[in-house]
Design a protein. Structure first.
Length: 322
């Protein structure tokens, strides 16, 4: 099996970007160890604080965020970082070439039950026309990403990443401490009979959203036998879809906090959209390609439909009358 660095070199990734990816993955290995220790390391349970999203922070949220923050700000190739757990952009090394955004621990509600969780990250070129700590550093559409990936902490620790070419999967080798290539080109099937959505929100959806489930998924013979798979961790649900197809949905709904959906554009939707698109899938928000969306704010939320092309197209056709 090939190690990560030789694979990136064969993909003609710049050495400085490779070193930055190594920094992110060094933090991921430490997070993976803390996750594996669970209650033994005293990392379970919640803090008394809320993050910028208004969500109660888990202890491991704070630990993972601090690990990534410290290691990235110590890397002289990083000009600024943005995190789900940080209110504002944090400046790093002046005139450095890259900026990094991340969700340090997606699905942290699963921590206490030993469920799937993960780290999502994205790397962009830094902008020279705005201040290092300006939100405008990250006012770049997803198609400008240089690298996107996630690390899934499960039975094994997996890295799924693209630097503009194929979406590749690597597995952390605990014996040698490195990530080894285990799938050189992930391919999402055009259509399957699986979907991931939080059906507890059904009563808050629009009539068209409800119609899609009532008349298409649950009544149409073509979809007979469709199965819902829901982890309450987007990174886990998306990994299943990247591996074997399906559709992940998080629509907007009538509640004030969810009128623009729940998924954050910068450090969730964009990196996962790049991974999906580079696996042959489709990633949209209200019918628009997610990677084409021009961000309006640092923690902007968007409704999403990602996964197998035919399923995403059908969903958009039904719910948006395209």
């Amino acid at each position: 099996m090939q190690r990560l660095i030789p694979v990136l070199k064969k993909d003609n990734v710049e050495l400085e970007l490779i070193m930055l990816i190594r920094t992110i993955l060094a933090a991921s290995k430490e997070i993976s160890f803390r996750v594996s220790q669970g209650a033994l390391a005293g990392v379970l349970g919640s803090t008394l604080d809320e993050n910028i999203q208004g969500e109660v922070q888990k202890k491991l949220d704070v630990i993972a965020n601090q690990l990534l923050k410290d290691m990235l700000l110590d890397d002289d190739s990083v000009r600024a970082i943005a995190s789900e757990e940080e209110d504002f952009v944090v400046a790093g090394t002046p005139n450095a070439p890259y900026i990094v955004a991340f969700d340090p621990l997606d699905g942290s509600s699963n921590v206490d039950i030993n469920g799937q969780i993960g780290t999502i990250f994205t790397i962009y070129k830094a902008r020279d026309d705005v201040a290092d700590d300006s939100d405008e550093q990250f006012s770049q559409s997803g198609n400008q990403q240089l690298c996107a990936g996630y690390v899934l902490y499960g039975a094994s620790t997996l890295l799924v990443m693209t630097t503009g070419g194929p979406t590749r999967c690597f597995t952390l080798d605990l014996t040698h401490g490195g990530y080894l290539l285990t799938d050189s080109s992930c391919k999402i099937p055009l259509k399957t009979k699986e979907f991931a959505v939080n059906l507890a929100n059904y009563r808050y959806w629009s009539e068209r959203e409800q119609f899609y489930f009532d008349e298409i998924l649950f009544q149409n013979e073509e979809h007979a036998g469709s199965s819902m798979r829901w982890n309450a961790a987007m990174v886990g649900d998306m990994h299943r879809i990247i591996c074997r197809g399906g559709i992940f949905l998080y629509p907007a709904d009538s509640r004030k906090a969810s009128r623009n959906g729940k998924i954050r554009l910068l450090y969730e939707a964009n990196p996962l959209a790049m991974l999906v698109e580079n696996s042959g899938g489709r990633a949209t928000s209200l019918g628009q390609k997610i990677l084409d969306i021009q961000p309006e704010s640092l923690h902007q939320r968007v409704p999403v439909a990602l996964g197998s092309k035919e399923q995403v197209d059908e969903y958009n056709k039904v719910t948006l009358k395209l």
